[in-house]
Design a binder for this molecule. Sequence first.
Ligand code: ZN
Length: 334
Amino acid sequence: MPLILKRPDVLDLYQRGRDRGWVIPCFCTENLTTTEAVLAAVYDHGKKIADAKLPVTLAVTNLYDHRSQTVAYTHTRDWRVGLELFLADLRVLCGPKSPFRELSVMIHLDHIQHDLDHELLASDFEDVSSIMYDASTLPFEQNMAKTRAFVAGKGKKVVVEGACDEIMDATGTVHNEMTTAERAERYLKETGVDMMVANLGTEHRANTANLKYDGARAREIRAAIGPKIVLHGTSSVPSEQVGSLMADGVCKVNIWTALERDASPVLLRDMVAHAAQVAGSAEAKKLRDEGLLGPKAPVEGNADLGHFTTEYRQALVYGKMKAIVQGYLELWYR
Ligand SMILES: [Zn+2]
């Protein structure tokens, strides 16, 4: 199945998700390793539940100041190059020669900034399935006016996700107003977006204490607007809370932080445990003498191809990311 990019097809797929009680996961990525880990996890899970066409969304942010993933995608640090490579990776990985060719893959542009992403916002969005138009830093009325104008211009071509309220960031300095059902209803009606991000108490970009997903609030919003809620900041939500999201009116869940945050320790541990094979005996001994490696770290032996290549490092990250994605799929695709 080719990438699902046309607005009616994307809306159909979301409808199919609702009919099945599925929350469609959207994983952000900023490199091929992550993209492939997500697709491989969905592919394996599809085999497990005998559905070769499982839907999944891959996403990138652009000029979003908390994390610019198209910029991170290549060392050119040029978002245009990063975006093109991200799209090219997906075309190949979902193409006729790929094992992932049967999956229902959508492409999402995340947190596209109303004031910074002029160039991208002027494009025709032929290569993507949906876009999150983010004017949530503006006061509510201005946010609605900006979003309404965007939907009027592009909303017939591409599925639009709006951002009703800002979501707490890791520093906790951004104002954090929880979305109410009244506000959600007004926002949806007055902007015409297809789905909307609501602030349900999750944090957004890293660990913050005292934050909790508010399911009761989500259900109030569902009663007002239907199952059109998008949840961001899911990495902070314990899995016992994220299992019932569809019943709460959530149709799309965005995940990124957990993939990178939880893959790094796996890489660190394995490299320390194979110090000599990674860096050679002389360098490993030096690290031990400097106190950076402990007495149990192996410092004898030669560096070898199985441990000093990028492929070795990527395989560890890939394996952990795939396992994390698999964990989420177990919750949502049954
Ligand atoms: Zn987000």
